[in-house]
Design a protein around this ligand. Sequence first.
Ligand SMILES: Nc1ncnc2c1ncn2[C@@H]1O[C@H](COP(=O)(O)OP(=O)(O)OP(=O)(O)O)[C@@H](O)[C@H]1O
Length: 214
Amino acid sequence: MQATATKLKGRRGDSVLFDNLGFTISRGEALVITGPNGAGKSTLLRILAGLLAADSGEFLLLGDDGAALPVLEFAHYLGHRNAMKRELRVQENLSFWKSFQRSDSGEGLSVDEAIDQIGLTGVAHLPFGYLSAGQQRRIALARLLVSHRPLWLLDEPTAALDKRSDRLFADLVRQHLEAGGLAIAATHQPLGLENVRSLELSGIHSAASEEVWA
Ligand SMILES: Nc1ncnc2c1ncn2[C@@H]1O[C@H](COP(=O)(O)OP(=O)(O)OP(=O)(O)O)[C@@H](O)[C@H]1O
């Protein structure tokens, strides 16, 4: 499997945020997107997820046989918001996502297993809104585990996490990559992983972006 962006141009209103942007990652690889506030990291991730249209260029997810796969069905998108209902219990939120995100690309963990994995055993019965900001973010990460999707698109996934949870997150991504997954993340935290590429967006009106091996 391969994720390839070719000559992507992203715009918000009259501002071109990036142009001629390209990268390729394969199974087991991650791409980290960096850049100052407003550079267009979230915009790029939303374009990759199919939530926003690119001005031009394309993003393709290709299966091992070279056939294009629908990103909406093969990717998890984790945005700034956690996408959980505050008044529903943790168990109910994750059960909803498990059923909603069902895909052909494989079963995920059970809700209880996912909660254990992110180190929050015992919170399943609590309303999501009762949890601290960091705990809420960890439950949002558990959403990535309850159904299997090979591509993870993550916008500031470690926002509100403490150092221990940062390491836990890095372990989750490592396991995902080792199992043949791909990840693209906008994050200011080094992931502490091998096989990580970096893509720096330099800001509004810039046509330049730079891809380097981290
Ligand atoms: N809905 C919108 N309409 C118009 N402009 C927008 C919209 N959403 C974002 N923008 C603008 O697009 C630019 C890029 O925003 P974006 O959220 O992609 O940046 P970012 O790199 O993710 O920033 P941050 O690091 O602060 O999260 C910003 O200048 C922002 O004001």
